[in-house]
Ligand binder design. Structure first.
Ligand SMILES: Cc1cc2nc3c(=O)[nH]c(=O)nc-3n(C[C@H](O)[C@H](O)[C@H](O)COP(=O)(O)O)c2cc1C
Length: 380
């Protein structure tokens, strides 16, 4: 095994992460919205998918390479976009981009990342995708897309599921503000985690470096900042404009309703990431797997369908494939990894998933990820 077996699963990394970083940073990563039932629903949905193994067949090979948008990836799993990544662990974004490049899996950089986009494109030249929060101002949209293209990102992922900044009670209680400012609460929590604090001091205060130039006004709460920068609801007109500017593969992230999936198809999008934002936006939203099951056939046959929200094991990636997702992503899995193990965390997470995906495929009696389909779903 090419990872540290003292932390054999993502839950082990989560436990360690909770101890290693200040509570406000852990809470930011972990928070769902409201009573966090949507977040739990994601997990329950995965746990409820049963697959029936097939034996009496040769399982010496398990091909997990995946072709998406004319590029080959070493496994069907990638790093979902996570804003303010370097707050969880200094330089988390760069180290995860490097781990993704090394593992040959997609790395999706958030608009609200805290590392310069050009630096990430250089760190992960073969696997970098860019996630766009559509700016409210047309000029900012054009400029940002030009920078993304110039930097060499392969795929543009437009997130559509934040029409309004989320009220996450954990963040409000902790008083998180931007630029990241030191309140007594945050100072106290930092002092009790000296390794995190010293490394953060050395690397500087995390900030939204990619959108700094478009921003005006003073310090704001996280939700407020996001709402002020972004368009209030990404409209079909926005997507049409983006489709005209961006010639490369275009993915819409955050789709849940079948009609929205069809609209994305009709507007010329190439792919979807079915997602409820990790349970961070609407507590009543269906789990990502429930939404995946509802996708219309036209979408399944014409678009590249992907998924995130709640993925924690290689078996979950396989479960999502049995229900039609060609690639799965996770945000928290990777950030648990870096928060727990620093620069080694990314490799630990990719190692765990690779091992679990291969073992699950072999256990199911399927020789390639591409061949895995609904025929493996248990008939109960
Ligand atoms: C701390 C945090 C920050 C996030 N920031 C973004 C973001 O900037 N853009 C985006 O499209 N999604 C963002 N997401 C959502 C993730 O891309 C992804 O949908 C979610 O993490 C998947 O669920 P999982 O964390 O359970 O794997 C964020 C998620 C978390 C946990």
């Amino acid at each position: 095994m090419d990872y540290d077996t003292r932390y054999p699963g993502i839950d082990d990394l989560k436990r360690l992460a909770r101890r290693r970083i200040p509570n406000f940073a852990f809470d930011y990563m972990e928070a769902g919205i409201d009573r966090e039932t949507g977040k739990r629903r994601n997990r329950d949905a995965f746990d409820g998918v049963r697959l029936t193994p097939r034996y009496l067949r040769d399982t010496s090979a398990a091909d997990i390479e995946t072709a998406i948008f004319d590029r080959r990836y070493a496994m069907p799993f990638g790093v979902a976009p996570v804003g303010l990544g370097n707050m969880m662990w200094p330089q988390a974004e760069r180290s995860l981009a490097a781990a993704a490049q090394q593992a040959g899996i997609p790395y999706v950089l958030s608009t609200f990342s805290t590392t310069d986009l050009a630096e990430i494109a250089q760190t992960a030249p073969d696997v970098c995708w860019f996630q766009l929060y559509v700016p409210r101002e047309g000029a900012a949209l054009k400029d940002l897309l030009a920078r993304v293209k110039e930097a060499g990102f392969h795929v543009l992922v437009v997130t559509v599921d934040i029409p309004v900044g989320a009220k996450r009670n954990r963040e409000l209680r902790n008083g998180l503000k931007l630029p990241f400012s030191l309140t007594w609460n945050i100072l106290w929590q930092s002092m009790t985690h000296p390794r995190w604090a010293l490394t953060t001091l050395r690397h500087g205060r995390p900030d939204f470096v990619n959108v700094q130039r478009y921003r005006s006004g003073p310090t704001t709460g996280l939700a407020e900042f996001i709402t002020n920068f972004s368009a209030h609801g990404v409209s079909q007109e926005h997507l049409r404009t983006i489709r005209n500017i961006w010639r490369g593969p275009l993915v819409v992230k955050g789709v849940q309703h079948p009609q929205d999936a069809l609209a994305a198809l009709n507007l010329g999008a190439d792919g979807l990431i079915v997602s409820n934002h990790g349970g961070r936006q609407l507590d009543a939203a269906p789990s990502s797997l429930e939404s995946l099951r509802q996708l219309p056939d036209a979408v399944r046959s014409k678009m590249t369908v992907m998924l995130d929200s709640g993925v924690r094991t290689g078996l979950d990636v396989i479960r999502a494939k049995a229900l039609g997702a060609q690639m799965a992503f996770s945000g928290r899995s990777f950030f648990y990894g870096v928060a727990a193990l620093g620069a080694k965390g990314g490799g630990q997470v990719t190692g765990i998933y690779r091992d679990e995906i291969i073992r699950s495929l072999k256990q199911l009696g399927c020789s390639s990820f591409a061949a895995l389909d609904g025929g493996w779903l248990a008939r109960v």
